[in-house]
Design a protein around this ligand. Structure first.
Ligand code: FES
Length: 159
């Protein structure tokens, strides 16, 4: 049986606005989904806003994956762009699914890629710039690293 996506999901899948790579990115996050082998990259460019807070000036993604993975990647970027780092770290896969108007239940797990890849890009930026990484983000990174190793072992030579 074919999976039914709502109109908004289809729009972001068919015509994603935030695809691409930032050549001189300040942070890059890469995560993979162990179950299906899909991969997502997030690139961030960080700058300061008028109040001197660090914000995500630009964010792009590249996703090799299913329709839900692409749509959730596109929407997480829309949610994150212009936000402060602190605000961007609060974005969860639930926010992503809600913003898309829902996903079929068997596709909700695909939205985790978006949340994780954004977190990894911010983590990468903070480490590179010797910023203090919040404990929660450190934990998120450890989980992402573990899945990355498992992912590599499972899909070695296939991607
Ligand atoms: Fe792989 Fe959707 S089936 S992320």
């Amino acid at each position: 049986m074919a999976i039914q996506y709502n109109e908004k999901v289809m729009r972001h899948f068919m015509n994603p606005k935030n695809v691409g790579e930032i050549k001189d990115a300040d942070g890059i996050g890469k995560v993979g989904n162990m179950t299906c082998g899909d991969i997502m990259y997030v690139y961030i460019k960080v700058g300061k806003d008028k109040k001197g807070e660090y914000v995500l000036k630009d964010v792009k993604f590249k996703t090799l994956g299913c329709a839900a993975a692409i749509a959730t990647s596109d929407i997480v970027i829309e949610l994150a762009k212009g936000k402060t780092i602190k605000e961007a770290l609060k974005i969860t896969n639930k926010d992503v699914v809600k913003e898309l108007g829902g996903l079929p239940s068997i596709k909700v797990h695909c939205s985790l890629l978006a949340e994780e890849a954004l977190g990894e890009a911010i983590y990468n930026y903070m480490k590179k710039n010797k910023k203090e990484v919040p404990k929660e983000l450190e934990e998120r990174h450890k989980r992402a690293l573990k899945s990355e190793i498992d992912f590599h072992n499972k899909f070695k030579g296939k991607c």
